[in-house]
Design a protein around this ligand. Structure first.
Ligand SMILES: Nc1nc2c(c(=O)[nH]1)N[C@H]1C(S)=C(S)[C@@H](COP(=O)(O)O)O[C@H]1N2
Ligand SMILES: [Mo]
Length: 259
């Protein structure tokens, strides 16, 4: 992934590209895109296209013409439910993605694993995997959208984060939930997104324990946010009023994907 904000694009007039894209968008997305300021940055984040020349500008327009209104609407408005799909729609194999190759992904030992809950919560505690697995779980089949230009449908099972926040006595008037991962990755969710009914502490992919590739032993699945706001190998959560950013947030990917 590269920084999108400061791209200089020879032969591409950004404002014309935005105007063309608006014309191609379905109704609901168009209204929300315009309400959001119709910026070039939002367009690249929405489509996942890095526009570097006129060919990639064409690719972006082709992408817009395939827009699924319901998916885009959920990304634009955190109060909307993300669409769910039949199990037959699950993408196989589901892609692995990180800022490194799969061989370098964290290999977390489930026996030693602890999920540390800190910050503005009544019950600060380090949870074992057995304790987490004992929580009530639900299955969701949703689409994961990565700004790098791919999307895929997956099946994730776990505990709604809002139920867990209630359980630990989190101050839900706080602004953020900040997540730390085993290899140092971090990400921030704004509290409304953390409390969204589909935001999940995920322990399974399909019917299997979450494989290493997808974040064993726990990821935070957020179908209303882009992929980078879905931290894997999560080892800590802090409820806080301080904006602590995150691995990609700090590199400029914060404009559209949520706080
Ligand atoms: N810990 C950690 N979580 C992460 C990342 C990462 O590099 N490290 N990459 C993010 C990005 S950009 C994407 S698209 C998804 C990919 O998840 P997947 O491997 O399950 O497809 O993980 C997100 N969460
Ligand atoms: Mo991503």
């Amino acid at each position: 992934m590269r920084r999108l904000r400061e791209l200089i694009i020879p032969g591409v007039d950004k404002s014309l590209l935005v105007r063309d894209a608006v014309k191609l968008m379905p109704e609901l997305s168009r209204r929300r895109f315009i309400a959001g300021g119709a910026s070039f940055g939002a367009l690249t984040l929405l489509t996942g296209c890095n526009v570097i020349d006129s060919d990639s500008a064409d690719a972006l327009l082709a992408q817009v013409s395939k827009f699924n209104d319901a998916v885009q609407a959920a990304l634009f408005n955190p109060n909307t439910l993300a669409p769910t799909y039949a199990e037959s729609a699950i993408t196989k194999p589901f892609p692995f993605n990180a800022y490194y190759a799969l061989d370098d992904a964290p290999d977390v030992d489930g026996k030693d694993y602890r999920f540390e809950v800190t910050g503005l919560v009544d019950n600060k505690k380090a949870w074992t995997l057995d304790e987490l697995h004992a929580l009530p779980q639900v299955k969701q089949v949703t689409r994961h959208i990565c700004v790098e230009g791919w999307s895929a449908i997956g099946s994730w099972t776990g505990t709604p984060l809002r139920d867990f926040l209630k359980l630990v006595g989190a101050d839900t008037r706080a602004k953020y939930c900040w997540f730390r991962c085993a290899e140092g990755y971090t990400s921030t969710l704004d509290m409304p997104t953390a409390l969204h009914p589909q935001t999940q502490m995920t322990f399974k992919f399909g019917d299997d324990i979450l494989p290493r590739a997808y974040g064993y032993p726990m990821k935070i699945r957020v179908p209303t946010k882009l992929g980078f706001k879905n931290p894997k190998y999560v080892i800590g959560m802090e409820v806080t009023n301080d904006y602590k950013g995150g691995y990609w947030e700090n590199q400029g990917y914060n404009a559209f994907s949520g706080s």
